[in-house]
Every structure is written in structure tokens, then in C-alpha cells.
Design a protein around this ligand. Structure first.
Ligand code: SAH
Ligand code: SF4
Ligand code: F3S
Length: 504
């Protein structure tokens, strides 16, 4: 019999467990994929470094970068970080580096040719292979690259190491069938694949059973959910079905698309008490000419019509947006129209981006690119206008009573100010003054009512006493997690209950 030349460290009972950190960039879908990466590594016997280490570049036995490629600065950042990792690797023999996510899907072999010290490159459809690829890289002492075009298994079927005990992301679809001319996402995430409503609801029920009180439904374009199985009303039905889940306090979703956003969704939001009156509705540009060049099929009037109908049904709705400044061919007049649209829309906040050329996209080939100094100047004006509006909108809440669900927040700052952060029902960030006795303080996941005493452009403060503080199941789940030293194994669950029933 052949003697194995190599015994994998993670399988050897006496070997100390190998540590890992996952550094995440990009959107919520990527953050949720990182929970799966962590779940897979937990299952393979690796041990997560403490949560705050996952936001810092540093050594571990395995360091995974889950990357984003939506704008060019992401590219530069990845290669800069990989350069720093080369130094750590020299100082830590046996350390492995893996690169996954959208940059991996985009650059493929280029990553190992630019940074040969990278051990594993895995695509957006290959998350499930990571442990095997790490193992193979160790045995063969050679970099492994696995990128496939098609999704093999819906990612929710993979084990998940959830970041929070009281709030969770739930994926309803992956990929995007739109062809926005600036956007690289469809090339990296493929066509839309919808998950079956029954699987989604089973996952939500399982999460709620574990103490989760808030879920955010995720998809690149949530309102086209159902195209694959031929039900145009599927998203509104899904929202209403969430309303029937006892113990589920807050339901959010991201992102909808103005072209596909139909009134049945507005009605479902307004009529389902646990669906929050919060909407992220990407405008991108206020100019119809630019929207056409972007191949965004709605026009400005349709966009404002949506906001009006949303506010007619839910006067307290908080609406946020994404805007791109400096799309090729954007004139001063086009930009003025964006400013006008922003003033008219009264967004709670806006994610503003300078247009960035993405290789292979139609807009990247356009001849009329806008000079950087012009883009910069427009961008600063836009941010100033939106900041003013965000502040005015927040000031409208002075004296208002709001329900806050407490979060893990910014520990250090909160400690210094005797405040704990939370989220209002409309997702506004609220810093709440808390009693000095730790026993009287709300835990992350607990829910209370407060009165807003101060408004800043991007947060609110409530120095009023907390009323009707509820010690929730979410807070209990958070507490149990603190009391249990074996955090990692408890945090791993499978998206599909039939595969791995979890008892707690
Ligand atoms: N599917 C989501 C968003 C995905 S990307 C949606 O359509 O809402 C997130 C945001 O990044 C986009 O809304 C857009 O505003 C911005 N973005 C995408 N490609 C970009 C590019 N090439 N340059 C600048 N911003 C871009
Ligand atoms: Fe990109 Fe447009 Fe799809 Fe959003 S809807 S992911 S911006 S192509
Ligand atoms: Fe998300 Fe960035 Fe990819 S925004 S889908 S991680 S390119």
C-alpha cells in the first residue's frame, strides 16, 4: 500500500487548528458570500480570527480576499494589498492566500501572474471549492485557479457562518439580466438565477427559529425575481409571505430597479406590517439622454412617479439611491438635471460614484469620456447638495419617537459617549444614550423606543430615556453567543434546513 506523503494539517487531530480571516469588499451579496466562505472554512476545521480582524489586512494561516470589481480603484487596491501580503507570507511559513469574488472572476490567471505568492484563485461560482483548492495548493505546492462560468449549486446551499445573531441576509437571486452599459456585474455574476420561494421561506423560518429578527432579501435586481419560473408577481408575494412569519420583526430588500418596480410591490410593502418603509431606488442619472446611453430603460418622470406612489402609500418612507457622475457624454446640462432630480427626490442618502471605465463594457469603449477634473467638480457639487438634503430630512425627525433595534455598532465610540448604536425601522442610524449600569443596557438585537434629540446629516442621536425596552429573542441569541466560547461551530448553519437541521 502506498503511504500518503502528506497528511493535511486540518485533518490531523493533534495539529493546532489553522486560523483564517476573510477580508471583504463590495456589495451585500459579496458580504453574504463571505459568510459562506467562513462557513466552509469552519466546516473544514479552520478557526476564524476575532471579527474585527476581518476588516484589517494582516497575517493568518489562511487569508481570503473576497473582492469587488465594480470600479477601477478596486483593482488597484487588491494588487496593493496582495503586495503587502507577500511580506506577511515571508514572516509566516505555511500561510496561504486565496482571492475570490468579482476580481477573481475578472482577472483569473492574471492574479497569479502578477502575484505568484497567491495560493488559490476562485471565481464567484466556485466558492464551494475553496477548502479543496487550499488543500490541493498545499499538497502540490502550486497555485490553484478555479473559475467556471455557470453556477453549480445555489450558494445558499453552502454552510454559512452568519455575522450577526439577530439580523441576516437571505439571497433570493444571483446574477443580473440587465445590460447597463457601464456595469461589469453581469459579466462577473452571470444571468439571473432565481431561488424557489419555498426554499427562501424555509431559510427565513429556520433563521427566525434561531433568533434572527431582521432579514434583508438580496438580489442584483429583486423585482425581476420570478422571471425564471414565470411569475411576475413573485416578489410582492414573497414580501407578503414574510408577513406571515411570526417573530420576524423587520424585512428589508436590496436592490430594486426602477424599470421593473411595479405597484404590487408598493402595495405589498405598505400592507405588510413587518416590511420596512425603506427603499433603495437607484437613479444613476437625472438626464434621460444619459439614462438612454446607460441603457437604463426608465426615464426621469417614471422614476419620480415611483417615488410619489411610494410616498403616497407610505408617507414615512426613507428612500436612498445610487448616482453615477461623469458617464461618457454627460454634459453640464445633463448634470444639472441630475441635481434637479436629487433636489426633487429628497433622498435620505445617496451613494455617489464617479464613473469608472470597466474593461469589456460598452461605455468603456465610448469616445466621449468626461475629463477627470470635470467629474471631480460635479461630484463634489452633488455630494454637497445631497448632504444638505440628508441633513434636512434628518432634522425633520427631531422630537419624533422612533423604534430602534440595537446593533453591535461602533463599540469604542459608543463606550466613550455612553451611547449604543441602533437602526430605526427606516434603517436610519441612531446613537442612543444608555443607562450606566451594564445590566440595564440593551443588548444587540433588543428593541426599544426613543425620542430623537439631535440630527446630523448621516446619523441621529437620542439622548432621551429608552422606553418600552424589549429583551428580544435576537438579544438572547446574541447573549448566548457571547456566553458560548465555541463561537465558530455554533455560528455555522446550512441555508437549506433539509440538508442540516440545526438545533440550538
Ligand atoms: N444591481 C445593483 C447595483 C450593482 S453595482 C443595482 O442595479 O442597483 C452598485 C452601484 O455601483 C450601481 O448602482 C452604480 O451606481 C455603481 N456602478 C456600477 N458600475 C459603475 C461604474 N463603472 N462606475 C461607477 N459606478 C458604477
Ligand atoms: Fe449592473 Fe445594471 Fe445589473 Fe445593476 S441592474 S447589476 S447596475 S447591469
Ligand atoms: Fe458586488 Fe462588486 Fe461584484 S458590487 S457583484 S462585489 S463587482
Amino acid at each position: 500500500m502506498l503511504k500518503p506523503e502528506y497528511t493535511p494539517a486540518v485533518d490531523a487531530p493533534s495539529a493546532p487548528a489553522r486560523s483564517y480571516r476573510v477580508i471583504t469588499y463590495g456589495c451585500q451579496m459579496n458580504a453574504h458570500d463571505s459568510e459562506r466562505i467562513a462557513g466552509l472554512l469552519d466546516q473544514a476545521g479552520y478557526v476564524a480570527l476575532p471579527a474585527h480582524e476581518h476588516t484589517e489586512i494582516g497575517p493568518a494561516d489562511v487569508v481570503v480576499f473576497n473582492t469587488c470589481a465594480v470600479r477601477e480603484n478596486a483593482d488597484n487596491r487588491l494588487y496593493g494589498n496582495l503586495g503587502r501580503m507577500a511580506t506577511f507570507k515571508k514572516e509566516h511559513p505555511g500561510m496561504q492566500i486565496a482571492v475570490g469574488g468579482c476580481m477573481a472572476q475578472k482577472d483569473r490567471d492574471l492574479i497569479v501572474s502578477k502575484a505568484p505568492w497567491v495560493d488559490v484563485v476562485f471565481g464567484t461560482n466556485n466558492v464551494g471549492s475553496l477548502p479543496i483548492l487550499l488543500e490541493r495548493a498545499r499538497i502540490e505546492q502550486a497555485s490553484q485557479v478555479e473559475i467556471t462560468e455557470a453556477l453549480q449549486t445555489f450558494p445558499s446551499n453552502l454552510p454559512t457562518h452568519r455575522e450577526l445573531d439577530y439580523a441576516a441576509w437571505v439571497s433570493i437571486s444571483v446574477g443580473c439580466n440587465n445590460t447597463c452599459t457601464y456595469c461589469i456585474v453581469p459579466a462577473l455574476r452571470g444571468k439571473e438565477t432565481d431561488r424557489r420561494p419555498g426554499d427562501i421561506l424555509a431559510e427565513i423560518q429556520m433563521l427566525v427559529d434561531q433568533g434572527v429578527q431582521e432579514i434583508t432579501l438580496l438580489g442584483q435586481n429583486v423585482n425581476t425575481y420570478g422571471v425564471e419560473f414565470g411569475d411576475r408577481g413573485a416578489f410582492a408575494k414573497l414580501l407578503r409571505a414574510c408577513g406571515d412569519i411570526t417573530g420576524l420583526e423587520r424585512v428589508r430588500f436590496t436592490s430594486p430597479h426602477p424599470a421593473a418596480f411595479t405597484d404590487d410591490v408598493i402595495e405589498a410593502m405598505a400592507e405588510t406590517p413587518n416590511v420596512m418603509h425603506q427603499l433603495h431606488m437607484p437613479l444613476q442619472s437625472g438626464s434621460d439622454h444619459v439614462l438612454r446611453a446607460m441603457r437604463r430603460s426608465y426615464r426621469s418622470e417614471r422614476f419620480h412617479g415611483i417615488l410619489e406612489r411610494v410616498r403616497a402609500a407610505m408617507p414615512d418612507a426613507a428612500i436612498s439611491t445610487d448616482i453615477i457622475v461623469g458617464f461618457p457624454g454627460e454634459t453640464d446640462e445633463d448634470f444639472e438635471q441630475t441635481l434637479q432630480a436629487v433636489r426633487r427626490s429628497r433622498f435620505t442618502n445617496a451613494y455617489t460614484f464617479q464613473y469608472s471605465i470597466r474593461p469589456g463594457t460598452p461605455a468603456g469603449e465610448m469616445a466621449n469620456q468626461v475629463p477627470h477634473d470635470v467629474v471631480q467638480e460635479r461630484y463634489e457639487r452633488l455630494v454637497a447638495v445631497q448632504d444638505e438634503i440628508s441633513w434636512e430630512e434628518n432634522k425633520l425627525l427631531l422630537g419624533a419617537n422612533v423604534e430602534v433595534m440595537f446593533t453591535t455598532g461602533d463599540g469604542r465610540k459608543d463606550q466613550a459617549t455612553d451611547r449604543i448604536s441602533g437602526r430605526a425601522r427606516d434603517n436610519r442610524l441612531v446613537h442612543v444614550r444608555v443607562p450606566s449600569d451594564p445590566a440595564d443596557r440593551p443588548r444587540p438585537g433588543d428593541i426599544g423606543e426613543v425620542t430623537i434629540t439631535y440630527a446630523a446629516p448621516h446619523h441621529l442621536v437620542a439622548d432621551s430615556p429608552i422606553r418600552n425596552l424589549r429583551r428580544t429573542r435576537g438579544g438572547d441569541a446574541w447573549q448566548a453567543h457571547q456566553d458560548q466560547p465555541d463561537v465558530t461551530s455554533r455560528a455555522v448553519g446550512l441555508g437549506i434546513p433539509a440538508l442540516a437541521p440545526r438545533s440550538r
